[in-house]
Design a protein. Structure first.
Length: 575
């Protein structure tokens, strides 16, 4: 509950006087603490009195959780990390409803998650922070108790090695609950990856959220073998293989969503590390505008994708959102009159009306072989998931030369770098110039959380960094003339934004990601430079002189516009 909402609410309180509320409000602002904490610190009201009064004013029932006896089956309706992070504790379950105690009755997202998960109505009760803390101890006691039986089994002296024992361990209710909770929690937090990392005395779990790894929880060491075995069973991997890496996948499906989970297992010193990549198969392709493409690059891509032949390259490092951009481009050309075929590794999103093919190098089905076969399928548009080798690069170039539109990805740092990368693959400069329609390079930056965004003046350190990267008052005026920024301002007078950190963003200050881009149009003049093997610096200078803005420039626009922070832009655009 926000301090503003709470202040308005407590104006009508019977147990808090107006003078006490005003004093607490001043103290909360001065010390940067929540209003309820300032009220309790003043000693004018007890914790239970305060929260009972808030419950009365909100019109919801109050429950005292410190005296509640909690059934572990009810507790585990919500994964412990969600209960802890969002202050939501289920304490009773009836035939039609689950009763939940919370200090955050406005957290509608978590309430909806519980409703979908249980299929029951959710009845909210207000409780105190002390009550939440007591209930969280019950979670940990229940988890410890469930592992007491497991703790006497796997030790370094008596390891579990047989497939039968591992299978039996993987079917233990505590193990099943833990793995289910890990997956549920990751999907709830919009994580892209789950890292399960065995250490000497415990197992650490981290999630990659918005491109950054965050520690989420630690699990008892005795649970390690069971968790690994459970995930191996789900991914159809060898249970008794502990010395070699293994890769597999499985699917989680409900009426509301479908996720493909890619599993990678790697032997490490203290056991086996697991990384699970979560791929939503029900996610819809985003529009180019929703991806964050500025007007210039967006227009270039829309024009390039409508050409009957040629290649459009999307470049960037791993995890920069290239595949999402490819699917957004496919959505523009995916019509009943067009035959669209892809060759991918893996198929990350299912698209209605698109013929998608999964490569399998183990049986000799590579990108190059798949591309050859696609050319015999009468395609109009071909998507190659990634150009990794000379053979694939040559076939793609020849396909573009013979009347097909090809879109693909390359691993390069910027748009101009794609040209030298193609030359490294042995593609002749004149063929690159003739077949390439455009090259777009991209990165992903975290967006400022909308719930806790706050303005601040640019700092001296940031000014120095901007100036070292060639940002001047003149550049800012040019960006305004190009309608990329709303109004002109001096560099030293910039007002920027950052997230203060709140419950909605896990106190990170960021929530979600957006792309920053640079687009290189292969014009006749630029094609002539490429064909005569001009150095990268000359090509870059020519592109800049003809209006190409770099990823850093796009990031600067998004930072000044309050979408992301300068720190994020500096982080992802380092040379």
């Amino acid at each position: 509950m926000t301090s503003v909402h709470l202040t308005k609410l407590l104006r009508y309180a019977k147990t808090v006087s107006a003078s006490a509320l005003n004093a607490a409000t001043v103290r909360a602002r001065k010390e940067h603490i929540p209003l309820e904490q300032a009220l309790l610190a003043s000693g004018t009201v007890s914790e239970e009195e305060l929260y009972r009064e808030i419950a009365r004013l909100l019109g919801i029932p109050f429950v005292e959780m410190t005296q509640q006896v909690l059934n572990k089956d009810v507790l585990f309706i919500i994964p412990e990390p969600i209960a802890s992070g969002h202050k939501m504790i289920p304490f009773e379950k009836t035939a039609n409803a689950v009763l939940v105690a919370t200090t955050e009755p406005e957290d509608l997202q978590t309430i909806e998650f519980i409703r979908r998960k249980t299929g029951l109505a959710v009845k909210i009760f207000l409780t105190t922070p002390t009550g939440i803390a007591a209930a969280l101890k019950s979670y940990r006691r229940s988890l410890t108790a469930e592992f007491e039986d497991l703790a006497v089994r796997p030790t370094k002296k008596t390891p579990i090695e047989t497939e039968k024992d591992l299978k039996q361990l993987a079917e233990n209710i505590p193990i099943v609950r833990i793995v289910d909770s890990l997956l549920e929690h990751a999907m709830y937090e919009n994580a892209s990856d789950i890292h399960i990392e065995p250490e000497e005395k415990e197992v650490t779990v981290r999630y990659r959220i918005d491109g950054v790894l965050r520690p989420m929880m630690t699990l008892p060491k005795p649970a390690q073998d069971g968790i690994i075995a459970r995930i191996k069973i789900l991914a159809n991997l060898k249970l008794d293989e502990h010395r070699l890496p293994q890769d597999g996948r499985f699917t989680i499906e409900t009426p509301e969503f479908k996720f493909a989970i890619r599993v990678s297992i790697l032997p490490v010193y203290d056991g086996e590390k697991i990384v699970m990549r979560l791929l939503s198969e029900t996610a819809k392709a985003l529009t180019l505008e929703a991806l964050g493409l500025p007007p210039g690059p967006r227009t270039l891509l829309e024009q390039s994708i409508q050409k009957p032949h040629g290649i459009l390259y999307v470049t960037g490092p791993t995890g920069s959102g290239k595949t999402t951009t490819l699917y957004s481009l496919l959505a523009l050309v995916n019509t009943p009159g067009v035959n669209v075929i892809t060759v991918e590794d893996p198929i990350e999103y299912r698209m209605q009306g698109v013929n998608q093919s999964q490569i399998n190098p183990r049986i000799g089905y590579t990108f190059a072989n798949g591309l050859r076969s696609i050319l015999r399928q009468d395609p109009n548009v071909i998507m190659v998931g990634e150009i990794r080798d000379t053979e694939t690069a040559e076939i793609a170039a020849n396909a573009a030369l013979t009347g097909h539109l090809v879109i693909s990805t390359l691993h390069t740092n910027d748009a101009v770098g794609a040209l030298s990368r193609l030359e490294d693959f042995g593609i002749a400069p004149f063929l690159i110039a003739y077949t390439t329609n455009a090259i777009i390079a991209q990165r992903l930056v975290r967006k400022i959380c909308k719930e806790c965004t706050a303005p601040y003046p640019v700092s001296p350190t940031e000014l120095d960094e901007l100036r070292s990267r060639g940002v001047t008052d003149g550049l800012l005026r040019d960006l305004v003339k190009e309608k990329l920024l709303p109004k002109s301002t001096a560099l030293s007078g910039l007002t920027l934004s950052k997230g203060a950190g709140c419950r909605s963003c896990g106190n990170e200050g960021y929530r979600g990601r957006v792309g920053i881009y640079e687009a290189l149009a292969i014009t006749p003049d630029l094609g002539a430079l490429i064909a005569r093997h001009a150095p990268a610096e000359e090509i870059r200078a020519h592109a800049a002189a003809h209006g190409m803005r770099t990823m850093f420039h796009d990031g600067l626009v998004k930072a000044v516009s309050g979408i992301t922070t300068l720190a994020e832009v500096f982080r992802v655009t380092k040379d």
